[in-house]
Design a protein around this ligand. Structure first.
Ligand SMILES: C[S@@+](CC[C@H](N)C(=O)[O-])C[C@H]1O[C@@H](n2cnc3c(N)ncnc32)[C@H](O)[C@@H]1O
Length: 439
């Protein structure tokens, strides 16, 4: 972004986004949609990229600010701290020329009516430039600041992946690839890749997930061949194991118990060649609208319900299901590449309540499963506490539950189920456990 007034609008909008995320605890996705709505497309993309880079590295950037300050900032200067982190992100993670990063951040300080902080902003960013190498060495000393990951999450990842935790953390600060799911009920992956190439785009077949394609560069979905006809959908490769492992057969009665926005719902249909009696439930009415939109594009029809799975009086179900997909609400720590704000917004204290809720949801789903039926428990969490530590005790206290073996490439076995470490073959982090109800 060049200098001058035009450069300031995106920086100012970026600061507005960061203020909402860091100071008000709002979601990065929502703040970006609101704050870039009035920007031209190129500036909106630039703002998005800077906001992502700043949030992705925020814990490291904030530690740099703390280290360089001679006196701690007052609480009323919280906005200045965020602004300094944005300026440091430009220097360390965004490739802005040094002089432009300092000048534009100082100008932004004036533009937001904080003239008293201009001196500090100038001095601190100039010092960061002078001591760039030493600062990086210092920040690389601990995993928390090396990978901009909260200490509680570093501990959780080390506990879950004792041998490969550092690979997981390294992957967690990389931008995520754009991964697609080819609808194998309608087309063949090789044929679709050829059409992609004719459209002037490039991607590769995922090495382990048969329906997945990784694009070399992200693109707007309208440019993807066959997108509006439902031949391809955006979905991470790890998430594509859900429908493959539950493996619905044509004609089965399936419950997608936490369905919105419907990524896995569509895949369940594709795996069964479109022939399913599928109920898609979600507690969030606005997100259920998205399930409807996704299924319409794919050309499949499900029974859609807004309701709480744990509310057996909900009246949304009659009869039992052959199979249930329970893609449970979780910390989403497996998708921190895509949603780096999770690292700033989640607290360690959230996890026990999530784990308790997950066990309740498995019990609720179990009651809806016919004897002889199967349940797939899935999370996009990296934490044992939400995965095997939920499922193992639940199985132990459920006499008619039997654990089914899971084997797929790229995962690691757990006492029950299998975990996919974030970054394996470019995938998000996921956990799956498949249970059968004794007939
Ligand atoms: C991980 S997301 C599901 C993603 C979805 N399966 C997909 O692939 O697109 C978890 C969902 O669970 C829903 N949810 C949370 N608590 C629920 C409950 N008690 N009953 C039903 N849905 C619930 C949330 O609204 C959220 O949409």
């Amino acid at each position: 972004m060049s200098s001058g007034r035009a450069a300031r609008a995106p920086r100012r909008q970026c600061l507005a986004v960061l203020t909402r995320v860091i100071l008000k605890g709002e979601s990065l996705t929502v703040a970006l949609i609101d704050e870039t709505a009035d920007l031209p497309a190129r500036e909106a993309a630039w703002t998005r990229a800077l906001a992502y880079a700043t949030v992705r590295w925020y814990i490291r950037l904030e530690a740099m600010v703390e280290w360089m300050l001679e006196r701690p900032l007052k609480s009323r200067d919280a906005l200045v701290r965020v602004l300094l982190c944005q300026g440091l992100a430009e220097i360390f993670h965004f490739g802005t020329p040094d002089h432009a990063a300092v000048r534009e951040t100082a100008e932004l300080t004036r533009a937001i009516q904080r003239p008293g902080a201009v001196g500090l902003v100038n001095a601190l960013l100039r010092r960061a430039l002078r001591e760039r190498g030493a600062l990086s060495v210092l920040m690389d000393r601990s995993p928390r600041t090396r990978y901009a990951c909260p200490a509680w999450l570093v501990r959780g990842i080390r506990g879950a992946f004792p041998d490969t935790w550092e690979e997981v953390l390294r992957a967690s600060v990389e931008p995520a690839p754009m991964t697609l799911r080819v609808n194998l009920a309608r087309t063949d992956r090789g044929a679709w890749l050829r059409r992609l190439s004719h459209a002037g785009l490039s991607g590769t077949a995922h090495p382990t997930v048969p329906s997945a394609v990784t694009l070399d560069e992200p693109v707007d979905v309208e440019h993807l061949p066959g997108f509006s006809e439902g031949e391809v959908s955006v979905q991470d490769a790890a998430a594509q194991w859900a429908a493959l492992l539950l493996s619905p057969r044509p004609g089965e009665r399936i419950l997608d118990a936490c369905a919105a926005p419907g990524g896995k719902t569509g895949h369940l249909f594709e795996v069964a060649g479109g022939e399913l009696e599928l109920t898609a439930l979600d507690v969030d009415a606005r997100r259920v609208v998205r399930v409807d939109e996704n299924l319409r594009r794919l050309g499949y029809r499900a029974q859609l319900h807004v309701g709480d799975l744990a509310d057996t009086e909900g009246g949304w179900s009659d009869g039992l299901f052959d199979a249930v997909l329970l893609d449970a609400p979780c910390s989403a720590t497996g998708v921190i590449r895509r949603h780096p704000d999770i690292k700033c917004l989640r607290r360690a204290s959230d996890i026990p309540a999530l784990a308790e809720r997950q066990a309740e949801l498995i019990s609720a789903a179990w009651k809806l499963l016919r004897p002889g039926g199967r349940l797939l428990y899935a999370t996009c969490s990296l934490l044992a506490r939400e995965n095997e530590s939920v499922v193992v005790p639940w199985v132990a206290r459920t006499p008619d539950a039997r654990v089914l073996p899971l084997s797929f490439p790229g995962g690691v076995d757990r006492e029950v189920g299998r975990a996919i470490p974030l970054g394996t073959d470019g995938m998000d982090g996921f956990y799956y456990a498949l249970l059968a109800r004794e007939a």
